[in-house]
Write a protein that binds this ligand. Structure first.
Ligand code: SF4
Length: 309
């Protein structure tokens, strides 16, 4: 990465970046020098007792945004009141703070209760990104959290289809899907490796991939239906992994992209107004929570002679 070619934002996510506060500080220095902002996610493990340890203070002040995870699993380790106290402390330190609020489903009463408590305490100043827990790895076979099939009526662009993530082994993958990060990696979703590839090379691969272009524009279920004439009501990311993982299907998707039908459909999608990025992931009723704390742009100064009589 260089000052001329760098990502706008780098996120340090789980495990727990604040277990290595000096590493986070060092990364923030390097990234700020080239003009990249840095975001950090934390489960607030240090908040079981009041106050923020000195080493952690330096790390949270070094980054541009701290995202706190709130859910029943983190609450088992750090009670909610302690977590809210820590958010207060972070804000007093001058940190911008947002919350990732996760429920068992989008209807989980935990989401409503916690949202109310956060707003009672911080007013409209702290944005919340609502998500739901999803089965990953061996848990996908347990059937604990069934995802009802959603009939496809329109394209469902994937806003995560070019969100490069550095995985635990140094591979750079195209999106933050946990299965992909953990190692289930069809070739179409691998951009390269931090050991051997420069940032410009990763950018080029991500932006020039016809497969990712299709997923960004139309989403995997639309792609399956249009390109393969296949059923379109399966699991969203599961459909993507299946398409990207089988060479024959990947070839058919590529043929569709260059066919007259594919070129026309994709051209129409390109001219459509792109939805805000959150729409791919978060139900509409929670979009407002994402925008809490956003400050409106400062009004332009009007010169005295332009003021209407
Ligand atoms: S649809 Fe595909 S590219 Fe998008 S997040 Fe899921 S697995 Fe990743």
């Amino acid at each position: 990465m260089t000052a001329e070619c760098h990502p706008a934002v780098v996120s340090l996510m789980g495990g727990e970046p604040l277990l290595r506060p000096q590493l986070a500080i060092g990364l923030a220095e390097i990234l700020h020098e080239i003009g990249t902002q840095i975001v950090m996610g934390t489960g607030l493990y240090f908040a079981r007792t009041p106050g923020i340890p000195r080493s952690i203070r330096a790390a949270v002040r070094a980054v541009d945004l701290v995202i706190v995870s709130l859910d029943i699993w983190h609450e088992a380790e750090v009670p909610r009141q302690r977590a809210l106290d820590a958010i207060s402390d972070l804000r007093e330190l001058g940190c911008d703070v947002a919350i990732q609020l996760t429920g068992r489903s989008y209807e989980d009463p935990y989401i409503q209760d916690t949202t109310q408590e956060v707003r009672d305490r911080f007013g409209n100043d702290v944005p919340l990104m609502v998500s739901k827990v999803s089965p990953v790895g061996r848990a996908t076979g347990l059937g604990l959290l069934p995802d009802a099939p959603i009939p496809l009526r329109r394209p469902e662009p994937c806003s995560g289809a070019y969100w490069p993530v550095v995985a635990f082994d140094g591979a750079v993958v195209a999106c933050c899907n946990q299965s992909v990060v953990d190692g289930e990696r069809p070739a179409e979703l691998v951009l390269g490796s931090v050991e051997s590839d420069s940032w410009p090379a990763l950018v080029e691969r991500g932006l020039n991939s016809t497969y990712l272009d299709l997923i960004r524009l139309a989403g995997p279920r639309f792609a399956a239906k249009s390109a393969l004439g296949a059923s379109s009501d399966g699991d969203y990311c599961g459909t993507c992994l299946a398409l990207a993982g089988r060479e024959s299907e990947e070839r058919r998707v590529s043929s569709y992209v260059v066919s007259p039908k594919g070129r026309l459909e994709l051209a129409l999608l390109r001219t459509a107004k792109a939805p805000p990025p959150e729409e791919g992931f978060i139900p509409e009723e929670y979009h407002e929570l994402l925008r809490l704390g956003h400050k409106p742009p400062i009004a332009q100064h009007t010169a005295p002679e332009q003021v209407p009589a």
